[in-house]
Design a protein around this ligand. Structure first.
Ligand code: LHQ
Length: 268
């Protein structure tokens, strides 16, 4: 198993846990950390022992976005005037990170333990579900430094809360508390800080016992469905069902029903 410098990675009881681990910097992103998170998602996706991923942060924060002390010149993303070329930085680092998360064939839960700001907020929103500590909060942050929400912020936020609320959060709001995030549908569950790991693990354990291939097909179909019409989504469902219908887990589910016993899904 790969050894990482900026994250922790472990697989236990069907769940891969990825912990961003730069607590003194509020787990702010560096190029190295982004590369390591991408690698860990790939590892988990290939690991037959992993059927769900939990992404969280060490210490007080979930993730404070780009490390603002590490912007100019990073990763060769330097424009002709010597200033950091943010577009290239997004194309070479952040966009592949978000695409990797969305294309990992396992359900992904963000356990938002503390503040999630800038691209750290986008990162949490890119996950399939969010469990949030009542001490945590979201800060769009981009507008404070004259920038546009990136790393999928302009995609996920309006889809989750609607356009008007998304624009409000990305402009005039200092923060969105866990309580409000739950109320407006930004997060699935809120719990005490002390219970967060347990809450995320319980949810992950449930997901890890479900038919993993069907969840992946469902995720793809729903995500694509957000951009397509009914007819195309009906066809996508038929395609997904054709594949799901050939899995061992489908056979097991049918058999278990007929035998009046709980199913034992294996993720294949
Ligand atoms: C940090 C950071 C941080 C370094 C806290 N960096 N140290 C990427 C690249 C190119 C183009 C555009 O887009 C992007 C993506 C982005 O994410 S851009 C947005 C970047 N993020 C931000 O602008 C957020 C900056 N941070 C904050 O606003 C606050 O720190 C938050 C709201 C996160 C937390 O506030 P507090 O709880 O009051 O904590 P703090 O400000 O005291 O920070 C704690 C420590 O963490 C502190 O270090 P220190 O040594 O003084 O204790 C901060 O310097 C450090 N830290 N965020 N992004």
């Amino acid at each position: 198993m790969a050894v990482y410098e900026t994250i922790l990675y472990e697989v236990s009881a069907g769940v891969a846990r990825i912990t961003m681990n730069r607590p003194d910097k509020y787990n702010a992103f560096t190029g190295k950390m982004i590369a390591e998170i991408i690698d860990a998602f790939r590892q988990a996706g290939k690991d037959a022992a992993a059927r769900c991923i939990v992404l969280t942060g060490a210490g007080k924060a979930f993730n404070a976005g780009q490390d603002l002390g590490d912007v100019p010149g990073a990763g060769g993303a330097v424009g002709q005037d010597g200033a950091a070329n943010h577009g290239d930085m997004l194309r070479s680092r952040y966009n592949p990170l978000i695409m990797q998360i969305r294309n990992t064939e396992l359900p992904v839960i963000a356990a938002v333990n503390g503040v999630a700001a800038g691209a750290g907020m986008s990162l949490a929103l890119a996950c399939d579900m969010r469990v949030m500590s009542e001490r945590a909060y979201f800060v769009s942050a981009f507008i404070n430094i004259g920038l546009v929400p990136d790393s999928g912020g302009c995609y996920f936020l309006p889809r989750l809360v609607g356009l008007a609320k998304a624009i409000e959060i990305a402009t005039i709001r200092d923060r969105v508390t866990a309580k409000e995030a739950h109320r407006i549908g930004l997060v699935n569950r809120v719990c005490s800080a002390e219970r967060l790991d347990e809450e995320a693990d319980e949810l992950a354990a449930k997901l890890a016992q479900l038919p993993t291939r069907a969840i992946w097909l469902m995720k793809q179909t729903m995500n694509r469905g957000l951009e397509k019409g009914l007819a195309e989504t009906l066809e996508q469902e038929a395609y997904a069902q054709e594949i799901a219908g050939r899995t061992q887990d489908h056979r097991e589910g049918m058999q278990a029903f007929l035998e009046k016993r709980p199913p034992m899904f294996k993720g294949v």
